[in-house]
Design a protein around this ligand. Structure first.
Ligand code: PEP
Ligand code: MG
Length: 322
């Protein structure tokens, strides 16, 4: 099997009936890029920038951030790099920000909510990103977007920083795609409206499942509700992908589900364009997709959407002969 995977390292990802999809990787630091190159990844689908902010005693400077983003962009040599802006809060704390304790951190002041309040922190990151954009193919993504207003406000700040840089004579790429993570049900439900304003979606199933099922992703006692193949989740995923395509946008997924071999046949059938996973899952996923016909997976996905339980969908996928 290893030998078969190795042969696929420099290949595109193509289904048995000739449909191309992208397999990208999730990274946390510039050092993780090597793993993508070694495993034939076609891009970075999620750069979790939190790690730049964690494990230190103050906020990272614009220069520290600029260097990290530039390194990743350069090492990816023009392949797409989706950088997610700061997603702190919830389970990820920053002691030096001295934020009040919350009853429900996962429903609290985190990610874009914090960034739209602490615009000083957000603007520094946006500036570092914009300056780094000329070194590769940068895509910027906002986490935990729940409303159109949040997206518009965040985009407004990005545009302001872009204008400032222009007036300082600092060069910025003019082809930066701007997207959002879809990890809150409200956003999935009005994905048709978001699709008119964003360049892409990346579905964050780790959170989308927790918020849809109202089951804390860290709580073992409710882990039985963590059901990626529950038709409720699959229908939300379908809504997001269809909404993107209707407006000529692309839809990816960067939650754990994207690299899961039970989910991949369903996601291919639902029309997902980009799958972002841990680097070591890329070659097995490419091999699996090469054995699946997208047309057949469309039928499989249609059946799954009409099923009633997570287990029924698992049994359906397991009945596939691959
Ligand atoms: C997600 O929610 O699916 C996701 C990719 O983000 P994180 O796991 O960092 O919350
Ligand atoms: Mg998330």
């Amino acid at each position: 099997q290893r030998a078969e995977w190795n042969k696929l390292r420099d290949e595109h990802t193509v289904s048995k009936d000739g449909v191309h999809v992208e397999l990208a990787a999730n990274i946390g630091t510039p050092n993780d890029v090597q793993g993508i190159l070694d495993n034939g990844g076609e891009g970075v689908g999620l750069y979790r920038t939190e790690f730049l902010y964690m494990g230190r005693d103050k906020l990272p400077s614009e220069e520290i951030q600029f260097n990290a983003y530039k390194t990743v962009l350069e090492r990816m040599e023009g392949k797409p790099v989706v950088v997610r802006t700061l997603d702190i809060g919830g389970d990820k704390e920053l002691p030096y920000l001295d934020l009040p304790k919350e009853m429900n951190p996962f429903l609290g002041f985190r990610a874009i909510r914090l960034c739209l309040d602490r615009t000083d922190i957000f603007r520094t990151q946006l500036r570092a990103l914009l300056r780094a954009s000329v070194y590769g193919n940068l895509r910027i993504m906002f986490p935990m977007i729940a409303t159109l207003d949040e997206f518009r406000n965040a985009k407004g700040l990005l545009q302001e920083e872009q204008a400032k840089l222009a007036s300082e004579g600092i060069e910025v790429s003019d082809s930066i795609q701007l997207g959002i993570m879809v990890e809150i049900p409200s956003t999935a439900i009005i994905a048709d409206q978001f699709a008119k304003e964003v360049d892409f979606f990346s579905i964050g199933t780790n959170d989308l499942i927790q918020y849809t099922m109202a089951a804390d992703r860290m709580n073992e006692r409710v882990s039985y509700l963590y059901q990626p193949y529950n038709p409720a989740i699959l229908r939300l995923v379908k809504m997001v992908i269809d909404a993107a395509h209707k407006e000529g946008r692309w839809a990816g997924m960067c939650g754990e589900m994207a690299g899961d071999t039970t989910a991949i046949p369903l996601l291919l059938g639902l029309g997902l364009d980009e799958f972002s996973m841990s680097a070591t899952s890329i070659l097995p996923a490419r091999s699996l997709i090469s054995k699946l016909s997208k047309a057949d997976m469309q039928e499989l996905a249609a059946k799954a959407l009409d099923m009633q339980t997570n287990d029924q969908v698992i049994a359906l996928v397991n009945s596939l002969d691959v």
